[in-house]
Design a protein around this ligand. Sequence first.
Ligand SMILES: C[S@@+](CC[C@H](N)C(=O)[O-])C[C@H]1O[C@@H](n2cnc3c(N)ncnc32)[C@H](O)[C@@H]1O
Length: 659
Amino acid sequence: MAFSTEEIKANLTEFAGRWKVRKGYEKGEAQTFLNEFFACFGPEVADQAVFEQHEAGGGFIDCIIPGVAIIEMKSAKEAAKLAKHRKQALDYWERSADQESGTAAPPYVLLCAFTKFELWEPGKFPGAPVMEIELDELAAHFAAFSFLLGKAPMYHANDEEVTIEAVEELARLLTSLEKRDEGSAGQRRSFLLQSVWCMFAEDTGQINDLGFTRILQGLVDNPDRSSADDVGGLFEQLNNSAAERPKHGMYANVPYVNGSLFAAPTHLHLEPEELKLTRRMAEFDWSLIKPAVFGSLMQTVFGPDRQHQLGAHYTPEAEIQLVVEPTILRPWRERIDALETFEEADQALEDLHAYRVLDPACGCGNFLSVAYREIRRVERLLLDRTDELAKSEGRAESKAERDSYFPLSNMLGIEIESFAVDLARLSLWMAQWLAGKELNLREKTLPLADLDGVVRGDALQIKWPEAEAIVSNPPYHGSQNLRGVLTEDQIEFIENRFDVGLKDLCVYWFRKAADAMRPGDRAGMVGTNSISQNRARSASLNYVVQAGGVVTDAVSRHKWPGEAVVNVSIVNWVQKPGPAPKPLMLDGEVVTGINTRLQESVVPVEEYEVLDANLLKSFQGPIPVGPFDLSIEEGHALRKSDGIEYSEVVRPYLVGTTL
Ligand SMILES: C[S@@+](CC[C@H](N)C(=O)[O-])C[C@H]1O[C@@H](n2cnc3c(N)ncnc32)[C@H](O)[C@@H]1O
C-alpha cells in the first residue's frame, strides 16, 4: 500500500538522520543508501530499481529505474563538487536513448553524493539542475521526488509556500504600519529588512542566541513594553562595533553585524496585532526562503503602478541561468578544464578573485545572487583542481585551506529604486552565508561585507563601473510607452545622449554595455525581442556587434514566463575575443554563427535594401497611444456635440483584429 505524505516525510527525516551520522561513506554503500531512500516512498519503488547496469559508452550506471530515472552516485566527499560530475551523469542519460529499439531516455536524472542531491530534467532543462537538495532537507522537499511514485514532481513546492506566505505577512505588516503612519516610509522598509535578516540569521544558525524571536515573544507577553526599545535596542547592538559585547541581559553576546544593514537602526513601535504578526513570521523556516521572496516583496511593496513605471519584473531562476551559464560559467569551466600546471591554476584563482560582475538594472539582486552562488561553485572546483596540480607537482601548498575567498564586494549593481538596492544587498549577504554552508567553507560572514558597489542611480546617466561580466534584465518599455513613464528630462537626456531616437528602453542598456566593455569582457542580457527586429536592431544588436561584440549564445524569442506580457530575446556576447569563441549556440543548438537578427549566419550583421517596387504600396497605419479610445456610439455623439463639427479630431479607425 502506498505511504501517506506524512509517512513519507517521517521516513525521510529518519533516513536523513541515520545517514548524516554515518562516517566514511564509500561508493560501496551506494546501493544500501539508495535502497533505504527508495523504501521511504514505498516498497514498490525499490522493486523497480536495477543496479550497476552496463551502458553504451562502456561504463556502469549506478542505478536505473527504467523509463523513469538514471541515478549516479558519488562519495560524500564530492558533495561540494557535484558540478564536476554532471557531465558523466548527463552523458549516461544521453546514451541511454536508443532510437533503433525505440528506447527513450528517461525524463529524470539524479546525481547524488549522499549528503547532497541534484535533480535534473535534462530533456527540458539541459543547462542546470531543476533542484538541489541537501540530505537534511529531504523531508521538506519530498514532493520533488514524486516521479518515483509515477506522479509529476513539484519543485520548490515548500519554498514557494513559505515564500508566498512570508511575502503576504510582510506586506500586511507594512500596510498596517503605513495606515498608522508609524515612522517614515524609509524607516518602515528598513524595519522589514532588518527583521528579515534577523529571522534568517536565527533560522540558519548563523548567530546563536540572537534572541529576536525571544524578544518578540517578550513583547507579546508584556504589552507595557515597546518594540521601539527592545527590538530597536537589538538593532543598535547589531550596529555597535565595540569589541566588548554585552555579557548579560536581553542582548548578551549579540555580535556586530552592520554591513550598512543596521547603519540606521529602526525604532518602530508595533501595536499588539502587529507584534503577533511579526512573531508569527518568525516561526516560518526562513532558511528555506529563496531570493524570489525579494522579487515578490518588491512587487508587492511597489504596487502595480510604480512597478509598471519602473518596468520592474523580477526574473525567475531558469531565465537567469540562460545568461549566467554562457556568460560566466562556461568560460570559467573551460578554463579550469584546460589547466595543466599549478602555476596556471594559481593564476586562474587570482583572476577569479579579481573577477567582477555588474548588473546595471539589478532590482532586488536576483541575477547577482544566482551569479554569486555559481561563481562560488566554480571557485570550489578551481581550488580542488589547484590542489590536485600542486600534489602532482610535489608542492606542499594547499589552496583549499586558505583564508581568502571570492569577495562578495565584487558583485556590482546599479538600480534606480532605493528599496530594491537594499533588497539586493540583503539577498547577497544571504547568498554568501548559503554558499559557505553548501561548499563547506570557513569564510567569515560577519560583520557583513561592504556592498557599496551596489548603488542607487540612473544606469543610463551614470558611468558604469568596470566589470569582467555584465548580466542584466533591463526594464521593459516599448518605445511608444516611454513618454508615459519617463519624465520630460529623462526623455530629453536619452534623445541627446544616444542620438538614435526613442527606442524600446532596453536598447540603451545594450548600447551602454557595448561602450563599457573591454576586449575579452562578456555580457549576457535579456531584452524585448525588438532588439533583433527592424524597429530596434540597428540601434542595439548592430551597435553591439559593430563595437566588436561576437554573439556566442542566444535565445531568439522567448515568451516571458512572468506577468509582463512580452516576448524577450536573450543575447550573450564577448567583446573583441582573441581566438574565435566556440561553441556558438542558438536556441539550444550548435550553429556556425549568429547574426543580429538572431538567425544562424556567418555574416554577423545582415541588412537588406528596401525594395523600391514596394514604395508607397503599403504602410503600417496609425498606432493609437493614450487613453483616447471611444466606442462607435461615443464617437458619433462627440463628433456632432454642441452643434460643433469635431470630425477633424475624432476619427474612426479600423484594426485587423476580429472583435
Ligand atoms: C526587469 S527588472 C529586473 C530586475 C532584476 N534584475 C531581476 O531580474 O529581478 C528592471 C529593473 O530595472 C530598474 N530600473 C528601471 N529604470 C532604471 C534606470 N534608469 N536605472 C537603473 N535601474 C532602473 C527597475 O527598478 C527594475 O528593478
